[in-house]
Design a protein around this ligand. Structure first.
Ligand SMILES: Cc1cc2nc3c(=O)[nH]c(=O)nc-3n(C[C@H](O)[C@H](O)[C@H](O)COP(=O)(O)OP(=O)(O)OC[C@H]3O[C@@H](n4cnc5c(N)ncnc54)[C@H](O)[C@@H]3O)c2cc1C
Length: 421
């Protein structure tokens, strides 16, 4: 099927956050034969924000894009969870210097386009093959061949399906299984910060919890814009699209009676969009032979822990480190990656669902108990807040791989800016 190569040839389907992080990590670790196949003809990310946990920012720093991120990101001071109507604080979690010190990297809010640009500038725009939609693949003991929609066949040693929640690679690897519709819809918009100045919005993640729905807002674009997301029951809407426009009056109706900051922010926004939310149950198998899955293709989740993208970033570095640790046995490297990642991402997937149930509580007694629990913990146990998130934010990809592969992965050099070919 192929001439022997000194290094594995790695094909990546999808140039989203996960695919690009993987490609960059591989290049930083010295892999020369990496081919990214992206279906879209023009690379552009949507006009939405994304929260990056310190677990993901640590990876991005490791990959050398700290300066690019710092120039465009906003480091929030706290997550402030508030009552939907009164605005009273239910829970405060520090995300400023205290968090950065504990987890070794800041918590960031970024515009998705800025994150995408930082990744692609570091990897090299010319290294992504656009308008190349992966249709099917075949593999044997010697390699993997990918058939594109154009009819072209691309050959490699490994295929990484980083092609999102409706992954074609997953469809073939796991034979079907559609993602699960959650019954929820995400309204989203972005307001100019100057236009919303009168609302006095704090530099926090402001999470407004209400019955059956919640609303989240935070600054992006170095503070020039405010991103917001409103999660509500979906009604008849089923379309999952970053570009499906909605009607502002409809969003205002969904958040009727909510705090003036929430309504004021919606009013200060020109364009609103809607996205039906899908996820999957955790699945223990992502790898067959030379083919594996990554990011939303492997573990799509509801965005209530704000970790879908962050987990795909972790996936990317872990996979690259496994391939670097076992360069002559790609199948073993992919299996090791799967073993390292399935348990953790399953916990995040299920935790995200659970967070939604907590945010959207309708039972007055349960709501009272929830709020009391947070207030009591804040008064009596200063460590409790960390205990709940340490497992999520303190993850270290290099330590995880080194613990599994021992000396082999420990010998993988840290990436440097000039290790990219
Ligand atoms: C409303 C909302 C808010 C969110 N907020 C956050 C947040 O704050 N923090 C966070 O970490 N995560 C968040 N997420 C989750 C996050 O957006 C995803 O987890 C992340 O984008 C997954 O990245 P990915 O690279 O796996 O997939 P995608 O971003 O979906 O990228 C897949 C890529 O593959 C390409 N592709 C698809 N099919 C093919 C094919 N057959 N051949 C070639 N290319 C193909 C696509 O064009 C795309 O470029 C949120 C999600 C939603 C819906």
């Amino acid at each position: 099927m192929k001439a022997p190569h000194d290094q594995p040839r790695i094909l990546i389907a999808g140039a989203g956050i996960g695919g690009l992080t993987t490609a960059l990590a591989l290049r930083r670790l010295g892999f020369r034969h990496v081919e990214v196949l992206e279906q879209t003809a023009v690379l552009k990310e949507v006009g939405a924000g994304i929260q990056l946990g310190p677990n993901a920012v640590k990876v991005l720093h490791d990959l050398g894009i700290a300066p690019a991120l710092e120039a465009v990101a906003v480091a929030p001071l706290a997550t402030r969870s508030r009552d939907w109507a009164s605005g009273r604080t239910i829970r405060d979690f520090p995300l400023g210097p205290e968090c950065a010190q504990r987890y070794g990297a800041p918590y960031y809010h970024v515009h998705r386009a800025d994150l995408h640009n930082a990744l692609i500038d570091a990897y090299g725009r010319e290294n992504v093959r656009l308008a190349q939609r992966v249709k099917t693949y075949a593999q044997d003991a010697a390699g993997v061949s990918v058939v594109l929609e154009s009819g072209e066949t691309v050959e490699g040693d490994v295929l990484v399906g980083a092609d999102g929640v409706h992954s074609v690679v997953r469809g073939q690897l796991l034979e079907g299984q559609d993602p699960r519709f959650t019954g929820l819809l995400a309204w989203r918009g972005m307001a100019d910060a100057d236009r919303a100045r009168h609302l006095g919005i704090e530099k926090n993640v402001n999470a407004w919890w209400g019955p059956h729905r919640h609303f989240v807002n935070y600054y992006v674009s170095a503070g020039r814009r405010i991103n917001w997301i409103g999660i509500v029951p979906a009604g008849q809407w089923r379309l999952e699209s970053w570009s499906a426009r909605g009607d502002k009056a409809e969003v205002l109706k969904e958040f009727d009676g909510w705090h003036p900051i929430v309504r004021g922010l919606i009013e200060a926004t020109d364009d609103v969009f809607k996205w039906a939310l899908y996820d999957r149950d955790p699945w223990p198998v992502w790898t067959r032979g030379r083919v594996t899955l990554l990011g939303d293709a492997a573990h799509p989740m509801v965005p209530f822990l704000s970790q879908g993208g962050s987990q795909s970033i972790e996936d990317g570095l872990v996979l690259a480190l496994c391939l670097a640790g076992l360069p002559h046995d790609p199948a073993a490297a992919l299996k090791t990656y799967e073993e390292l990642r399935t348990g953790r991402t399953a916990r995040v997937q299920l935790g995200s669902r659970e967070a939604g149930r907590m945010f959207h509580q309708t039972d007055p007694l349960k709501k009272f108990m929830r709020n009391l629990k947070f207030r009591w913990a804040a008064l009596t146990n200063s460590q409790e807040k960390w205990r709940r998130v340490d497992w999520l934010y303190s993850y270290d990809c290099r330590e995880a791989v080194a613990a599994k592969l021992g000396a082999v992965s420990a010998s993988v050099p840290a990436p440097t800016a000039d290790s990219i070919a």
